[in-house]
Design a protein around this ligand. Structure first.
Ligand code: DAH
Length: 359
């Protein structure tokens, strides 16, 4: 059998094998078998030296032709197969552009913050603007200037957390700081900060965190929020206070809400009142939520005491004012039917994520 026949057979075999190959591994194997160091074509080319000189050029040309054809065929087939691979991969990775996106978890306001925001918006319509004071206060602002002297029995209403005198804790004998620094027990000290900073007429809202040394239970936390309001102007009366609070109650709880004022006592207001709304849980019949009274107290209020006005730099003969303080935690509990105030500070998202309306 002649070398030329062998070459023809290798060419035919290569063509058939290339056409039949289904993955690039097979094509590579074929290249190795034919063109590799000990491949069939390589072995055949080595025999060229033994061929009679006159036949050599023609055979050499044929051999080169076959090698070039196989090399080109291998390249082409590899390229075609890799396109197939790519198409297969693309098909398996198809993206459905019409599918809804994956939801991205975004945060929301805490239910107490949502309630305070709603209150702020309602009060904003009455011309109130926000004025904030510090959470770490002094005895002077938290008590003295609010007409609560050091030995006044009313101080028992505000169980106070004191900031320790530097060094006293380390010495094993904690003492209240000599400069009177405490954690504010209510937002009322902001009344004084506002009066001393602003000119009349004053209409401010002071939202913020307060702290008390409490026996913590389902309705008392040692950390809670208050929303304080203060109006100082000429000719402000208790009637203005009543009218405004009734409007606020209607805005928050609906036109049909029932309201009432009761006498109250606070050293910084005279007269002082408590403002109640008809129980939202039982509608006024009496239930555990309203302690069977049919009413729920939502805030304390009153006409600013003349001493407090004077402490704030206003002459009580010329100016009057009213103030009120509400508890947003309790109001949020009422709004959502939450039974335990401690949940608000639990930092448990299983609780807070139920109130996602506060975006
Ligand atoms: N500061 C009072 C408290 O913590 C609440 C309060 C009552 C605020 C009457 C006022 C007010 O501004 O007029 O119990």
């Amino acid at each position: 059998m002649s070398l030329s026949d062998d070459l023809d057979r290798i060419r035919a075999d290569a063509r058939a094998a290339l056409a039949a190959a289904t993955d690039s591994g097979q094509v590579e194997g074929l290249r190795h078998d034919l063109l590799g160091r000990s491949g069939r074509l390589t072995a055949l080319l080595r025999q060229l030296g033994e061929v009679p000189a006159d036949e050599r050029p023609a055979l050499g040309r044929l051999a080169n032709e076959v090698r070039a054809e196989i090399e080109a065929g291998v390249r082409e087939r590899q390229a075609a197969l890799s396109v197939d691979d790519l198409e297969e991969r693309l098909a398996s990775e198809t993206i459905d552009m019409s599918a809804p996106g994956r939801p991205v978890p975004i945060g929301h306001l805490h239910p107490v913050q949502t309630l305070m925001r709603d209150l702020r918006e309602t009060f904003h319509a009455f011309g109130f603007e926000v004025f904030e004071g510090p959470e770490i206060e002094t005895d002077e602002y938290n008590f003295e200037l609010l007409n609560i002297p050091a030995d006044h029995p009313a101080r028992d209403l505000w169980d106070t957390l004191f900031v320790a005198e530097p060094g006293s804790v380390e010495a094993g004998e904690p003492k209240p700081a000599r400069d009177g620094t405490i954690l504010r027990t209510h937002t009322s000290p902001v009344q004084l900060r506002a009066m001393l900073a602003l000119d009349a007429p004053i209409r401010v809202l002071a939202p913020g965190r307060c702290f008390r040394y409490e026996a913590v239970d389902a309705s008392h936390g040692s950390e809670f929020f208050q929303l304080e309001g203060l109006v100082v102007d000429r000719d402000t009366s208790l009637a203005d206070l009543k009218g405004m609070l009734e409007e606020i109650a209607r805005a928050l709880y609906g036109r049909d809400v029932r309201t009432r004022f009761r006498p109250g006592y606070y050293p910084f207001t005279e007269p002082s009142v408590a403002f109640d709304i008809g129980c939202l849980v039982c509608g006024g019949v009496g239930c555990p939520a309203c302690k069977r009274s049919g009413w729920m107290t939502i805030l304390g209020a009153g006409m600013v005491h003349p001493t407090v006005l004077r402490n704030g730099g206003f002459d009580p003969a010329e100016y009057q004012g009213y103030a009120f303080g509400m508890g947003p935690d309790r109001m949020a509990m009422l709004r959502h039917g939450i039974g335990d105030i401690r949940l608000f500070f639990s930092a448990d998202t299983r609780f807070s994520s139920q109130f996602a309306e506060g975006r």
